[in-house]
Write a protein that binds this ligand. Structure first.
Ligand SMILES: [Zn+2]
Length: 349
């Protein structure tokens, strides 16, 4: 049986119009991992091409277009610490795979670095691709490498995946309670100067609060949900949501079931659905209003996505649920991408 969100004919038309008009932004996917040659045990299958519709994974260009996603962030995720030279090699292979994808699909895919380039891509009917880095292992603590990656198009960076880096502690290092390193503080300032968005998904709570204390510009959580609804360290507490909002930031909703539903429910056999994901959006809107939530799928980095969000072509179901729950046109467009665009306009250069 197919999953269906019950809408009236006029609601369905409204949902599709809003989805088309909105600039839909997704701030995190791990698709680049599937486009590069095999690295150690990281991936077992042959690389696929972004331009070709695949039965594998969750994101490719045909499905991005079908799902009406206008701006997709592609993360360089290496996760290989402490083998840092290999992390750098992997990141550069991912940049190459991204560039080749752009070259092979010039008519429908374009690299973007600024807010203006995202708007232009939408006007030209092309999918905008933004490069990010999840975990700073490839930088090896070197701000010179940060500047080189900026020139390659890096516009979003999380200091950590789950490990400790030269800049900060990832969640696996939580017990020491450490703040950012002096190098991390320096990197924040260099990112502000260059115009790279700081992403706090995967960082420890202690480092999160240190960033709140020290940031001069809005920061984001590219793929983190609410701890109030699903109590895992990868999600944000209500106090964190308030601090993020207070600094003008946004958090992107992660589609991984284990960040959507509590473990007990999943263990009891309950399947997460797109409705359960929108519960997290409802909660954030309740706590901090509609200006601080967006989409950060984590597609191609998660196992089985929720029912109704099986791959990126199903993203319009989120808009359908938002319509069904009575959100205004304005708020729906903010949630689908307007909020992240506000941060991009302020920070990216
Ligand atoms: Zn992640």
């Amino acid at each position: 049986m197919g999953f269906k969100i019950e809408l009236s004919k006029s609601e369905e038309e409204r949902a599709m119009r809003l989805h088309r008009e909105a600039i839909v932004v997704d701030t995190h996917c791990d698709t680049l991992m599937q486009l590069i040659p095999r690295i150690g045990a990281m991936r077992r299958e042959m690389p696929r091409k972004l331009g070709e519709r695949s039965e594998r994974g969750h994101i490719d260009l045909p499905r991005l277009i079908e799902g009406g996603v206008d701006c997709q962030t592609f993360a360089m995720y290496t996760g290989l610490a402490p083998n840092y030279p290999l992390a750098l090699k992997t990141a550069l292979q991912m940049v190459d795979a991204f560039y080749r994808s752009v070259e092979e699909n010039k008519d429908k895919f374009v690299q973007v670095r600024t807010y203006e380039e995202i708007i232009k891509a939408k006007e030209e009917g092309k999918v905008a691709g933004l490069l990010s880095m999840e975990g700073a292992e490839p930088l090896m603590g070197d701000l010179g490498l940060l500047r080189v990656f900026y020139k390659l198009g890096l516009r979003m960076l999380s200091f950590t995946w789950n490990w400790r880096t030269e800049f900060a502690d990832g969640l696996a290092a939580s017990r020491t309670g450490g703040k950012l390193t002096p190098k991390g503080i320096e990197a924040m300032e260099e990112m502000r100067r260059l115009g790279i968005v700081l992403d706090v998904s995967h960082i420890t709570d202690a480092c999160f609060w240190d960033i709140v204390e020290n940031t001069k510009v809005p920061f984001i959580a590219s793929h983190s949900n609410c701890r109030a609804l699903c109590d895992v360290p990868r999600n944000l507490t209500d106090d964190m949501l308030r601090a993020l909002a207070d600094r003008g930031g946004v958090t992107g909703m992660n589609y991984a079931p284990f960040f959507i539903l509590p473990r007990e429910k999943l263990r009891a056999g309950q399947k997460a659905t797109v409705e359960d994901l929108v519960d997290h959006i409802d909660h954030i809107v309740e706590v901090v209003g509609p200006d601080h939530v967006g989409l950060g799928s984590d597609f191609d980095g998660i196992g089985q996505p929720p029912v109704g969000l099986e791959d990126v072509s199903k993203v319009p179901n989120i808009t359908r649920v938002l319509v069904k729950r009575g959100y205004s046109d304005e708020d729906i467009k903010k949630i689908l991408g307007g909020n992240f665009l506000r941060v991009f306009k302020q920070v990216l250069k």
